[in-house]
Structure formats: structure tokens, C-alpha cells
Design a protein around this ligand. Structure first.
Ligand code: PMP
Length: 355
């Protein structure tokens, strides 16, 4: 041990626990909500070609990718910041607005990186438990927490669809929420799984940006776009000062050449990505129908994963899956299982039916 003192807020932060891979010949990893299809060859080739320039720094802010995203989603290039995974951008956005003595409101249980990205800002976290069903954001409770916190509240996290429980937020509910959040509070809407959403009422945050300058929407290439291994995410908003601040606090050259090239190429193959998404969504619905038919209570699943809630089920479900060499993601309140390829999902169904 050295005499160095690690900050208390860092000591108190939970460590990020990555989804495990399991071992054995038939090990099946359904613990990180990845896209199970093989990467598109054109995207891999684009990343490989980019490696020929690795002696040079990439573009400082991945400008070409920002431009491609701006065009694709009808946003100004200056409304988009690209980074080393969307988690990095959540951290940058929070760092830009919150510090020691401030408060940040988050739904809980939600994505386990939130307490870490909030914790590094030294702001205090106000957790608002999910609704009684244990699956959805309690937006009214979150508003009350914001009101109680007063001027110290600097930001609030929303996650749609919510990882790990599955439901998406409705557009009407989010608008009503945004109408009541004080305009100086940044609302960060994390839409990492939006491509898998099929509910017609669900929010599409990008469509709300023009009406709410305090809204930031984050998305990722890690899920539907298959690039988890390359780490590319983005965040969008219309407040130029906030966008400028996020760029300022971000790691210089945060998106490497291979990641930027692969992400741009992936955007050119949306038809293929969308076919994969459709097939994952079809599988999700098939698995849910079967499990619910067998009496399992599973909340609405709008991402590429589903949630078996109940502290008492965590151990038996995890063990039954482990016996079939399947690794899912256990939490104290339930188990999250990623939708895989049809044969993978059949293995899950068999394991859970045996239970
Ligand atoms: N947001 C949510 C809700 C997630 O579940 C994840 C990945 N598990 C991320 C963000 C992280 O995305 P990225 O790989 O872009 O950092």
C-alpha cells in the first residue's frame, strides 16, 4: 500500500461486474445483451482497412461519424458527440454538469454503470425504486425526488428500455415528465436498446430534442449494430454549450480509427442490421410466449433481453441455466437473460422448463 489516498466517493462506488462467459465446450453466453449474429464482413473489412493508418491519431471528435449520424437521424452534426462507448458519454455529460455537493437522480434497479458514472462526479445519487411491479420507472417518484432535491439536482437518468427489467418508457409519459423537470436539470435518456423496441407508444428521444433543450439522448453501436468489441457510442442534444462541454471533458481522440470506420460502415448496412433485429425480436416474442405459457411472470421486454424478477428465483434459475452451461446475468432482484439465436433460446427454454 502506498500513502496515496483514494477519494472516498471512489472507494464507495460499486465496481462494474461484466457479464460472465462461462466455460466448457457448450458454454453459452447470454449475459451481456450482445447481438448473437456474426459481424457483417463489410464492417470487419472496414475496421481492418482502418488499421493501416494506426500510426496516425484518429479524427479528434470522429467528425465523419458525427456527420454520418447527423445525416442519418436528421440532427445537426453539432448536435452529436461520439465516444468510447455510450457509457463514456454518460460520464462526460454528467461530469459537465454535476460535481461535489450536487445530486443526480436515477431509477433503480437500472443499468449498473449509472452509480459509477455518477459516482465519479462526486455528486450524490438519489435512487428512485422502480414501480411496485419491479420493472418500470416511477416517473412520478422521480419528479418528487427532483423537487425535494431543489437546486442541488443537476441531472436525472432515464433508461428506455430499462436494463435489466425490459419495459420502454412511453412518449406521452416522458413528455409529461420533461414538462415538469426544471429546465436547468439535464435529463439523460439512455436508449442503448431502442432498435429492438416494438411498442408503438414507446419514446424515441431524438424526436423530443427540439422541444427540450435540457434533454440528451444516448445510443450505442454495441447492441443492434454488433460493435460491442470496438466501443462506439453517441449522445445527442441541441444545447450547443452542453455539447461543447461534453466534447471538452471527453478523452481526446476517444474513438479509435477501427471503431470509427466500422461504425460508419455499419450505418451503410442498416437493412442487414434491421433483418437481424427483426429476427432477435421474433425470438424474444417466441421465448416470452413460451415462458409465460408455462406460468413464468415476465415483464414487457422491449430490448434484446428479458427479466425473471424475484429474489427467490435468482439462485434456482441461475443454477438451472448453469447446469446447461448457460450464463445469464443474476442481480439481487432477478435474472436477466439475453435473447440469442434460436438454438440458444431453445436451450434456455429446456433448462427453465426442467426447473
Ligand atoms: N446503456 C445501457 C442501458 C446498457 O445496457 C449498456 C450496455 N450494457 C450501455 C449503455 C453501454 O453501452 P456501450 O457499450 O455503448 O458503452
Amino acid at each position: 500500500m502506498s500513502a496515496v489516498k483514494v477519494l472516498d466517493n471512489v472507494k464507495q462506488m460499486p465496481a462494474y461486474i461484466p457479464g460472465k462467459s462461462g466455460s466448457g465446450e457448450n458454454a453459452l453466453k447470454l449475459s451481456s445483451n450482445e447481438n448473437p449474429f456474426d459481424p457483417l464482413p463489410e464492417v470487419v473489412s472496414a475496421a481492418r482497412r482502418a488499421l493501416e493508418e494506426v500510426n496516425r491519431y484518429p479524427q479528434m471528435y470522429a467528425d465523419d461519424l458525427c456527420q454520418a449520424l447527423g445525416e442519418r437521424y436528421d440532427l445537426g452534426t453539432d448536435s452529436v458527440v461520439v465516444g468510447n462507448g455510450s457509457v463514456a458519454l454518460l460520464n462526460h455529460a454528467l461530469t459537465a454538469v454535476a460535481g461535489a455537493g450536487d445530486l443526480v437522480v436515477e431509477p433503480w434497479r437500472s443499468f449498473e454503470a449509472y452509480p459509477i458514472v455518477i459516482g465519479t462526479t462526486q455528486a450524490k445519487i438519489i435512487n428512485v425504486p422502480l414501480t411496485e411491479s419491479g420493472a418500470e420507472h416511477d416517473l412520478r417518484g422521480m419528479l418528487e425526488a427532483i423537487q425535494r432535491g431543489g437546486e442541488r439536482v443537476k441531472a436525472v437518468m432515464l433508461c428506455s428500455p430499462n436494463n435489466p427489467t425490459g419495459p420502454a418508457l412511453g412518449e406521452g409519459a416522458v413528455r409529461e415528465f420533461l414538462d415538469q423537470v426544471p429546465p436547468q436539470v439535464v435529463v439523460i435518456l439512455d436508449e442503448a436498446y431502442i432498435e429492438f423496441v416494438t411498442s408503438p407508444e414507446a419514446v424515441d428521444g431524438l424526436k423530443l430534442l427540439a422541444d427540450y433543450p435540457n434533454l440528451m439522448v444516448s445510443r450505442t453501436f454495441s447492441k443492434a449494430y454488433q460493435l460491442a468489441g470496438l466501443r462506439v457510442g453517441w449522445i445527442a442534444g441541441v444545447d450547443p454549450e452542453l455539447i461543447g462541454a461534453i466534447r471538452k471533458v471527453s478523452t481526446p481522440f476517444g474513438v479509435n480509427v477501427a471503431a470509427a470506420a466500422a461504425a460508419r460502415e455499419a450505418l451503410r448496412h442498416e437493412a442487414e442490421v434491421s433483418r437481424q433485429v427483426t429476427s432477435i425480436v421474433d425470438e424474444r416474442e417466441r421465448v416470452l410466449a413460451t415462458l409465460r405459457g408455462n406460468g413464468w411472470k415476465i415483464p414487457d421486454a422491449q430490448g434484446n433481453f428479458y427479466w425473471i424478477g424475484g429474489a427467490d428465483l435468482v439462485s434456482p434459475v441461475t443454477s438451472a441455466l448453469a447446469a446447461a452451461q448457460i450464463t445469464a446475468r443474476p442481480f439481487p432482484e432477478g435474472v436477466r437473460i439475453t435473447v440469442g439465436l434460436p438454438a440458444d433460446n431453445n436451450r434456455v427454454l429446456a433448462a427453465l422448463t426442467a426447473l
